[in-house]
Design a protein around this ligand. Structure first.
Ligand SMILES: NC(=O)c1ccc[n+]([C@@H]2O[C@H](COP(=O)([O-])OP(=O)(O)OC[C@H]3O[C@@H](n4cnc5c(N)ncnc54)[C@H](OP(=O)(O)O)[C@@H]3O)[C@@H](O)[C@H]2O)c1
Length: 179
């Protein structure tokens, strides 16, 4: 069985990016002297799964920031060629969340890092998220791309741990209580 794990940062008012995708408000508050636990988090993840929105942002980063295989969920990109520089590192799929999890399980993938607001929302709606590490930045940005969205029914969470950093970031880890 493959499980999905979220590690993401939000503004206090719940956005992961401005409407145009900008994350300046987050990068400004990233104190490189603080260890926010990303390396520990990624250490036991086999594959990174992200939505097209997140891929469009990270594909502009140089160098490519991931040393794990990346699967991009996108109906638009599915069937199109991966840019040459990312071949062997990235694949595109138009699969549904459940189809993707089943096919990754078939490949022997045990744990995925799930990234992107809309994609996290879809996986939550399907009951496919195991836990979430959410780092809240002390800023209100007023509007943007939300981490969470509408649900058919409540999603119950168990607070596993919470900690704060001198920079003002507050990080909470939640386990999703499966219905
Ligand atoms: N603050 C943080 O820690 C953090 C983390 C990650 C990303 N970000 C930022 O957030 C922005 C991207 O997030 P986002 O919420 O806009 O997009 P996203 O979740 O990364 O991608 C959404 C896109 O994925 C595709 N998709 C395919 N299957 C899907 C499914 N089952 N459910 C939902 N989407 C599916 C759709 O594109 P198609 O039309 O191609 O199917 C959809 O438009 C970027 O600006 C990025 O920089 C911030």
């Amino acid at each position: 069985m493959t499980t999905a794990h979220v590690f993401i940062a939000i503004s206090l008012d719940g956005y992961i990016a401005r409407s145009d995708g900008d994350i300046d408000w987050l990068l400004q508050r990233d104190d490189p002297t603080e260890d926010h636990g990303y390396n520990d988090f990624i250490a036991d993840k086999d594959v990174i799964v992200m939505g097209r929105g997140s891929y469009e942002k990270v594909s502009s980063f140089d160098p490519w920031p991931y040393d794990r295989p990346v699967v991009v969920l996108s109906r638009q990109l599915a069937g199109t060629p991966v840019p040459e520089a990312l071949q062997g590192k990235v694949r595109f799929t138009g699969a549904s969340p459940r189809e993707l999890m089943d096919s990754l399980a078939g490949e022997g993938v045990r744990r995925i890092y799930l990234d992107g607001g809309q994609v996290v929302q879809s996986f939550l709606r399907e009951g496919l998220v195991e836990d979430m590490v959410i780092t809240t930045a002390p800023v209100l940005i007023g509007s943007g791309r939300p981490l969470f969205g509408t649900l058919a029914s409540d999603v119950d969470l168990v607070l596993v741990s919470s900690r704060s950093f001198p920079s003002g970031l507050v990080q909470s880890t939640y386990r999703v209580r499966q219905q």
